[in-house]
Design a protein around this ligand. Structure first.
Ligand code: NAD
Length: 336
């Protein structure tokens, strides 16, 4: 595991669905990165991925990877409840940290992650990949350039394609793990404005039979900002037509939109009319964005640059998610 290339030596922590996807990108597509080790308490997940990607160092204890002196950076893709503690341990060991969203489940833990990264002077990036999607980035730049004037209405939505087994889904996932992307997008599209109040309604419309067990699979959130803008975020766990992520900002001088459910620009013309294919996975629709976020992470380490989406941004999106939970519990709008 010696570093003869000046590439950044990366260790993956968590070899489930998303970790495996990040690992394949790091191995095959991310310039300047060498994936050198994989850790997962479920060792068979690590072994399977290591075999596929020809990685010789695997661990069942994440701390062994974190304490390996031949690793420069970690990618954390473990279940959300372990994010903060894993990120803190990695930062304290001097590793650059890429952490999947949400960075933490409480504001206190978010502050602890930020403080650990600052103290160790390591790069900290959080997995808000939409900021790296070409259309979302272009829309952000239009807004920054003032081309749509001042934002008045902002909208962001996530519709996952299929709700498989609801049983293992932790409570409040719709805010902590799904809509948190939309909260970050809305903040990205309303730069420098502060959210002042949040109101959320939610239900189990896809699987009403799981509502009593705490499942929320559908939600609409309203966010008011100190610059007057009013935003809505919405999510549903089962869009039968495919994975659907879109956003728009309507302002005093015009509107920008971003996101498109189409798989590509092929249109099918038949006796039934005109149709197109859609993406069925987030990793398919946003593959370029996932690759770009990891490339940007590696560049930030190599060239000692500030990450485009770090702890401060992750904490801001988390604050909205927490306000949603409070709003659903109380039925009231929550002031931030
Ligand atoms: N950015 C995105 O678009 C996006 C999309 C999907 C998932 N995610 C995030 O990625 C994370 C992982 O999601 P997933 O779908 O891959 O989950 P998963 O259940 O498929 O995988 C989690 C893996 O982590 C392992 N694990 C459990 N506890 C661990 C620990 N303490 N240390 C190390 N490994 C541990 C599990 O054995 C499993 O292999 C979640 O936080 C999720 O929100 C992000």
């Amino acid at each position: 595991m010696t570093n003869q290339t000046n590439n950044i030596r990366v260790g993956l922590i968590g070899a489930g669905r998303m970790g495996s996807f990040h690992a394949r990108l790091l191995r095959h597509f991310v310039k300047g990165a060498d994936l050198v080790a994989i850790a997962d308490p479920n060792l068979s997940n690590a072994q399977k991925l290591a075999k596929e990607l020809v990685i010789s160092t695997i661990y069942d204890k994440p701390e062994n990877l974190i304490n390996n002196p031949n690793i420069d950076a970690v990618v954390i893709a473990v279940p959300a409840r372990f994010h903060a503690q894993t990120a803190i341990q990695a930062a304290q060991a001097g590793k650059a940290v890429f952490c999947e969203k949400p960075m933490a489940l409480t504001l206190e833990d978010a502050d602890n992650v930020i403080a650990a990264a600052e103290k160790a002077n390591v790069v900290l990036q959080v997995g808000f990949n939409r900021r790296f999607a070409a259309g979302f980035l272009a829309a952000h730049n239009e807004i920054l350039a003032g081309n749509i004037g001042s934002p008045q209405l902002i909208r962001s939505l996530t519709r996952d394609p299929k709700l498989n087994d609801p049983a293992p889904i932790p409570q409040w996932t719709i805010y902590y793990e799904t809509l948190i992307h939309d909260f970050d997008t809305i903040l990205y599209f309303n730069p420098n404005a502060k959210p002042i109040s949040v109101y959320a309604v939610a239900d189990a419309l896809v699987r009403p039979d799981y509502k009593e067990k705490g499942l929320l699979d559908t939600s609409v959130v309203t966010i008011r900002f100190d610059n007057g803008a009013i935003a809505t975020a919405e999510a549903n766990f089962q869009a039968l037509y495919g994975y659907d992520v879109r956003a728009e900002v309507f302002g005093s001088k015009g509107m920008v939109t971003a996101g498109d459910a189409r798989q590509n620009n092929m249109l099918r013309f038949t006796k039934d009319g005109v149709s197109y294919d859609t993406c069925r996975m987030d990793t398919e629709l946003l593959k370029d964005a996932y690759q770009a976020e990891l490339t940007s992470f590696i560049d930030c380490i190599k060239y000692r640059k500030k990450t485009l989406v770090g702890g401060k941004e992750a904490k801001a999106a988390l604050a909205i998610a927490l306000a949603c939970i409070e709003s659903v519990k109380t039925g009231q709008a929550v002031n931030l």
